[in-house]
Ligand binder design. Structure first.
Ligand SMILES: [Zn+2]
Ligand SMILES: [Zn+2]
Length: 106
Protein backbone atom coordinates (compact mmCIF):
# COMPACT_ATOMS: atom_id res chain seq x y z
CA UNK A 1 0.00 0.00 0.00
CA UNK A 2 1.32 3.42 -0.89
CA UNK A 3 0.34 5.91 1.80
CA UNK A 4 1.79 8.89 -0.02
CA UNK A 5 -0.66 8.88 -2.87
CA UNK A 6 -3.21 11.61 -2.96
CA UNK A 7 -6.85 10.84 -3.53
CA UNK A 8 -9.31 13.41 -4.81
CA UNK A 9 -13.03 12.86 -4.70
CA UNK A 10 -14.08 12.06 -8.28
CA UNK A 11 -17.46 13.68 -7.60
CA UNK A 12 -16.53 16.88 -5.73
CA UNK A 13 -13.02 17.10 -7.13
CA UNK A 14 -11.72 17.92 -3.69
CA UNK A 15 -9.02 16.59 -1.42
CA UNK A 16 -9.78 13.55 0.68
CA UNK A 17 -8.56 13.23 4.22
CA UNK A 18 -7.17 10.07 5.79
CA UNK A 19 -9.43 8.32 8.21
CA UNK A 20 -8.83 5.17 10.21
CA UNK A 21 -11.62 2.67 10.37
CA UNK A 22 -11.24 -0.82 11.77
CA UNK A 23 -7.44 -0.32 11.72
CA UNK A 24 -7.49 0.40 8.02
CA UNK A 25 -6.48 3.75 6.57
CA UNK A 26 -9.07 5.05 4.13
CA UNK A 27 -9.55 8.27 2.19
CA UNK A 28 -12.72 10.20 2.92
CA UNK A 29 -14.02 13.16 0.94
CA UNK A 30 -14.32 16.19 3.22
CA UNK A 31 -17.42 17.39 1.38
CA UNK A 32 -19.62 14.43 0.45
CA UNK A 33 -18.03 11.94 2.92
CA UNK A 34 -17.66 9.29 0.26
CA UNK A 35 -14.80 6.88 0.92
CA UNK A 36 -12.13 5.43 -1.32
CA UNK A 37 -11.07 1.87 -0.45
CA UNK A 38 -7.73 0.78 -1.81
CA UNK A 39 -7.57 -2.76 -3.17
CA UNK A 40 -7.94 -5.15 -0.27
CA UNK A 41 -9.15 -2.48 2.13
CA UNK A 42 -12.77 -3.40 1.84
CA UNK A 43 -13.66 -5.25 5.03
CA UNK A 44 -14.84 -8.84 4.84
CA UNK A 45 -18.37 -7.81 5.78
CA UNK A 46 -18.45 -5.25 3.00
CA UNK A 47 -17.02 -7.72 0.53
CA UNK A 48 -19.65 -10.25 1.36
CA UNK A 49 -22.32 -7.63 0.76
CA UNK A 50 -21.13 -6.77 -2.69
CA UNK A 51 -20.93 -10.34 -3.88
CA UNK A 52 -23.45 -11.35 -6.51
CA UNK A 53 -23.70 -7.99 -8.18
CA UNK A 54 -26.96 -7.63 -10.08
CA UNK A 55 -25.97 -4.89 -12.45
CA UNK A 56 -22.79 -3.23 -13.67
CA UNK A 57 -22.22 -0.24 -15.89
CA UNK A 58 -19.43 2.10 -16.90
CA UNK A 59 -19.66 5.63 -15.45
CA UNK A 60 -18.04 8.99 -16.06
CA UNK A 61 -16.27 8.91 -12.70
CA UNK A 62 -12.53 8.44 -12.83
CA UNK A 63 -10.41 6.23 -10.59
CA UNK A 64 -8.04 8.49 -8.66
CA UNK A 65 -5.31 5.86 -8.63
CA UNK A 66 -5.05 4.68 -12.24
CA UNK A 67 -7.39 7.15 -13.99
CA UNK A 68 -9.58 4.51 -15.56
CA UNK A 69 -13.32 5.05 -15.60
CA UNK A 70 -15.15 3.52 -12.67
CA UNK A 71 -17.95 1.01 -12.97
CA UNK A 72 -21.14 1.36 -11.00
CA UNK A 73 -22.27 -1.85 -9.38
CA UNK A 74 -25.72 -2.41 -8.13
CA UNK A 75 -26.79 -5.08 -5.76
CA UNK A 76 -30.35 -5.66 -4.76
CA UNK A 77 -30.85 -7.46 -1.47
CA UNK A 78 -34.49 -7.58 -0.51
CA UNK A 79 -35.73 -3.99 -0.27
CA UNK A 80 -32.19 -2.73 -0.12
CA UNK A 81 -30.41 -1.45 -3.17
CA UNK A 82 -26.69 -0.88 -2.76
CA UNK A 83 -24.81 1.10 -5.38
CA UNK A 84 -21.04 1.33 -5.28
CA UNK A 85 -18.30 2.23 -7.72
CA UNK A 86 -15.29 0.11 -8.45
CA UNK A 87 -12.20 0.24 -10.62
CA UNK A 88 -11.62 -2.94 -12.56
CA UNK A 89 -7.98 -2.12 -13.10
CA UNK A 90 -6.72 -1.50 -9.55
CA UNK A 91 -9.69 -3.13 -7.79
CA UNK A 92 -10.25 -0.15 -5.54
CA UNK A 93 -13.74 0.92 -4.53
CA UNK A 94 -15.44 4.27 -4.28
CA UNK A 95 -18.52 4.25 -2.09
CA UNK A 96 -20.65 7.27 -1.31
CA UNK A 97 -21.85 8.03 2.21
CA UNK A 98 -25.42 6.91 1.65
CA UNK A 99 -24.33 3.46 0.52
CA UNK A 100 -21.71 3.09 3.26
CA UNK A 101 -24.47 3.74 5.78
CA UNK A 102 -26.70 1.22 4.03
CA UNK A 103 -23.99 -1.43 4.22
CA UNK A 104 -23.07 -0.67 7.81
CA UNK A 105 -26.59 -0.73 9.10
CA UNK A 106 -27.30 -4.24 8.05
ZN1 LIG B 1 -16.90 14.18 -2.54
ZN1 LIG C 1 -8.06 2.16 -10.45
Amino acid sequence: MNNNKHIYCPVCNTDCKKIIKDDIELDECTICKAVWFDPGELSATFEEKINDINDRKLTELICQVCFERLYAYEKVAGKLKIRIHGCEKCRGFWIDRKNIDLMENR
